[in-house]
Design a protein around this ligand. Structure first.
Ligand SMILES: Nc1ncnc2c1ncn2[C@@H]1O[C@H](COP(=O)(O)OP(=O)(O)OP(=O)(O)O)[C@@H](O)[C@H]1O
Ligand SMILES: [Mg+2]
Length: 328
């Protein structure tokens, strides 16, 4: 049976219309029943969860209501999303977790702070290797603060509006003032450079400088989240424009173990030796580990197995490690 705290969490998620949270607690209940050997009940719970998640379910239809979307010129520069990912779903170092908790705390009490002439943290630079949760963090901040997430499309800004990028960027910053939200500027420093043409590089530099100026001048209530993989090559002048710089890194053994436990919960065998499995994930990113678990679960489902097997998880983790080596 579900524990009282789980029933409370389910009710809280239902009342707050937080579907992802509701599903995640329900999955926990199913996983615990499976671990207790109540295989049939666990399978029934999983079927119920799957049908609740199906796109044809009445809840999904109710969610498909039209939501505020950028219009006109802005539509080409910003995409709006309404994410459902919670901080509790992320596996983070204590330092990153504390920093994010601090941002949420200051934002939740922003009126109180501004009443005393103080500004909440809202300009964040996220730095770290691929697949460690930078983009996910922007979604989580939006979910937790019940704000829309707007993703700025630097690619169309640079390539489509050659020569006009700076003025287009101003439009984005006007939107920041008009609509409070989390504005994600993803991979903001790598564009243009990848494309390699001299013209693109010059345009990129100009846009990047304009971006930094606009960040500095911005006094809106929105959150600005800039994410990059290139921590070491960024100069310190850039860091100063942000209220906080949050550094992400690949997970340590303990974090790998939690990621494996969370990702495999749905089909885990009670006897899985997680500490031993975790050793095979060393050096991989969070994203690689989550994907390897998904592949192992797909194997189990396709092979009509009740549980995911340790060998399959190890094989997929190894596959990810070797493709990483090839990339280097
Ligand atoms: N810290 C984390 N905790 C739990 N899951 C994570 C974490 N980081 C990444 N993931 C998983 O990996 C996926 C990809 O992560 P994300 O897109 O946030 O990485 P990123 O740091 O933005 O990478 P990139 O630099 O390539 O853009 C997420 O959707 C999630 O499934
Ligand atoms: Mg990203």
């Amino acid at each position: 049976m579900a524990r009282a705290d789980q029933v409370k969490a389910l009710l809280r998620a239902y009342a707050g219309n937080e579907e992802a949270q509701f599903i995640s607690v329900a999955l926990q209940v199913a996983a615990e029943e499976a671990q207790r050997g109540h295989v049939k009940l666990a399978a029934e719970l999983r079927d119920l969860i799957e049908s609740a998640r199906a796109p044809s379910s009445p809840r999904s239809k109710a969610r498909a209501l039209p939501l505020a979307q950028p219009r006109g010129e802005l539509a080409e520069l910003l995409t709006a999303q309404y994410p459902q990912q919670h901080l509790s779903q992320m596996v983070l170092s204590a330092e990153v977790e504390q920093k994010l908790a601090r941002v949420l705390r200051e934002q939740r009490q922003h009126e109180r702070l501004s009443g005393h002439g103080l500004m909440p943290r809202r300009k964040l630079l996220l730095v770290g290797p691929p697949g460690t949760g930078k983009t996910l963090t922007a979604s989580v901040l939006a979910t937790e603060l019940r704000l829309p997430l707007f993703v700025a499309r630097f690619d169309s800004l640079i390539t489509k509006f050659m020569g006009e990028s700076s003025s287009k960027l101003r439009l984005v910053f006007d939107a920041l003032k008009a609509t409070r939200g989390v504005y994600l500027f993803d991979e903001f420093d790598s564009l243009g450079l990848q494309r390699g043409s001299q013209h693109d590089v010059a345009e990129m530099r100009r846009t990047l400088n304009m971006f930094l100026q606009l960040i500095e001048q911005d006094t809106s209530d929105s959150l600005i989240v800039a994410a990059t993989n290139h921590g070491t090559s960024l100069d310190t002048a850039l860091f100063r424009r942000f209220d906080d710089v949050i550094r992400y890194s690949t997970p340590d053994d303990a974090q790998i173990e939690v990621l494996l436990r969370n990702s495999l919960a749905l089909l885990a065998q009670p006897s899985l030796d997680y500490p031993q499995l975790a050793q095979h994930g060393r050096g991989l990113s969070h994203s690689d580990i989550v994907r390897a678990c998904e592949d192992a679960m797909k194997d189990a489902v396709l092979e009509h197995e009740d549980h995911v097997n340790a060998q399959s998880v190890i094989a997929h983790l190894k596959e990810r490690s070797s493709s990483q080596l090839q990339l280097i």
